[in-house]
Design a binder for this molecule. Structure first.
Ligand code: NAD
Length: 384
């Protein structure tokens, strides 16, 4: 790992129980006067929107609380018209990857409207006209990344397109574990295993660097200590705090490296077979770790140590295999699905899914080269 690149994104991160109460103070430093909040109905019902409205006063000009999953193109059009009319100067995403994602989409679209030209960064450290503020409440990690997905619907066909641009990396992220105390078990487990997978794929990424490795190992440690406990006892503030710290580290690791086979295949399962991201992650991760083991044994052995497993006297392959075994145990403990057949994937679709995955750039960024589509078919058969 002697050659590497790293892009620092000029982000302020505020972390800690109760840190939402600092929102007025921290946004003041950015001289923001006309902010727009994106969130889901649940946060309105639980009183968080009122509380942010009270804290920001006139500086919050509009709250859009109808965010649907996976950033829908019609919602982006609707919200953009409101943002334009209200002359918004910053966007806040309060919620999971979907609320943060639509805030990112509006940031780029609004800049394009204002400037009349493409908003995409002309150079790697360019700053946005409309900064994104993220208040993450799941473990998905979007608050640290320069990426969002947008779902375009044409008739009955839905396509999710990924947009990547340094300017949409949030400039301010407020992590408040108290906001996660009511995160439902299913989203806790699914987005938690997703965060863990970000760490694993960062650890053996073909574009890893010393900082992504350090963040990934820290994330594995925190998530390993807390994820199952967050599912069993969601009201434990100590476990929720450790888990959110882990997902921050996972986001740091993810933000600067290419993901591999696991993420590529999870996107194919989501896009082409309708499997939720959390379910795809829980089913595929241990299979992909075992598939990659002969090429990534050293990194997976480090993962095993960070998970607190005893690896004394083991070869790197044995230690790495024990980390995959532990992931399978977690999936059982958290009642997550472990077979593709249980989440509606038809066995006869496997050759098609394998073919789509084989053509994915993310899959081809895997540290172990995928030479034949048959390798992917076998992997999916094993997970079926
Ligand atoms: P989500 O944002 O779709 O939220 C799922 C549900 O959980 C929603 O109904 C939401 O209201 C509810 N919820 C969220 N936080 C809650 C809380 N604290 N308490 C109670 N309810 C809460 O789910 P997600 O898993 O966070 O995000 C998934 C989306 O994010 C997908 O579209 C995925 O592709 C995207 N994603 C993006 C990145 C990135 O880097 N851009 C990374 C991971 C995922």
């Amino acid at each position: 790992m002697n050659d590497f690149q790293y892009l620092f994104s000029a982000q302020q991160v505020v972390f800690g129980p109760g840190s939402l109460s600092k929102i007025a103070e921290v946004t003041e430093q950015f001289h923001l006067k006309r902010m727009m909040l994106f969130t889901t109905k649940g946060f309105r019902t639980r009183g968080y929107v009122d509380s942010i409205e009270n804290m920001l006063g006139e500086r919050l000009v509009v709250a859009y609380d109808q965010v649907r999953p996976h950033v829908q193109d019609f919602q982006v059009r609707e919200a953009l018209a409101i943002a334009e009319e209200q002359q918004v100067d910053a966007v806040i995403g309060l919620g999971g990857g979907s609320a943060v994602g639509i805030a990112k989409a509006i940031s780029l679209a609004l800049e394009e409207k204002r400037t009349g030209g493409p908003a995409k960064a002309a150079f790697p450290t360019e700053q946005p006209l409309i900064p994104v503020i993220a208040i993450p409440t799941t473990y998905a990690g979007s608050e640290m990344t320069p990426v969002y997905g947008i779902t375009h619907e044409q008739g009955t066909i839905k396509r999710k397109i990924t947009v990547k641009d340094v300017k949409i990396t949030p400039k301010l992220t407020i992590y408040d574990p108290e906001l996660t105390l009511e995160l439902p078990q299913g989203v806790t487990a699914g987005s938690g295993i997703n965060a863990f997978a970000h760490c694993i794929e960062a650890l053996y990424s073909i574009t890893k660097n010393p900082l992504s490795t350090a963040a990934a190992l820290g994330g594995i440690r925190s998530i390993g200590q807390s994820l199952v406990q967050c599912v069993v006892d969601g009201r434990s503030l100590a476990a929720r705090t450790e888990m959110l710290k882990g997902s921050f580290l996972a986001g740091v690791a993810l933000s600067n490296v290419d993901m591999g086979l696991h993420h590529g295949i999870c996107h194919v399962l989501g896009g082409s077979a309708g499997v939720s991201h959390g379910d795809a992650n829980s089913i595929m991760l241990s299979h992909v770790m075992r598939f990659n083991l002969d090429v990534t044994a050293d990194e997976l052995a480090l993962a095993a140590e960070a998970m607190g497993l005893s690896t004394v006297g083991m070869s790197a392959e044995e230690a790495g295999a024990s980390s995959a075994d532990r992931v399978s145990e977690w999936v059982k403990q958290m009642n997550l699905p472990s077979r593709l057949r249980d989440v509606g994937v038809d066995k006869t679709d496997i050759p098609h899914l394998a073919k789509v995955a084989f053509e994915s750039r993310t899959v081809q960024n895997n540290p172990k080269r995928i030479e034949h589509v048959k390798q992917l078919e076998q992997l999916l058969q094993a997970a079926w």
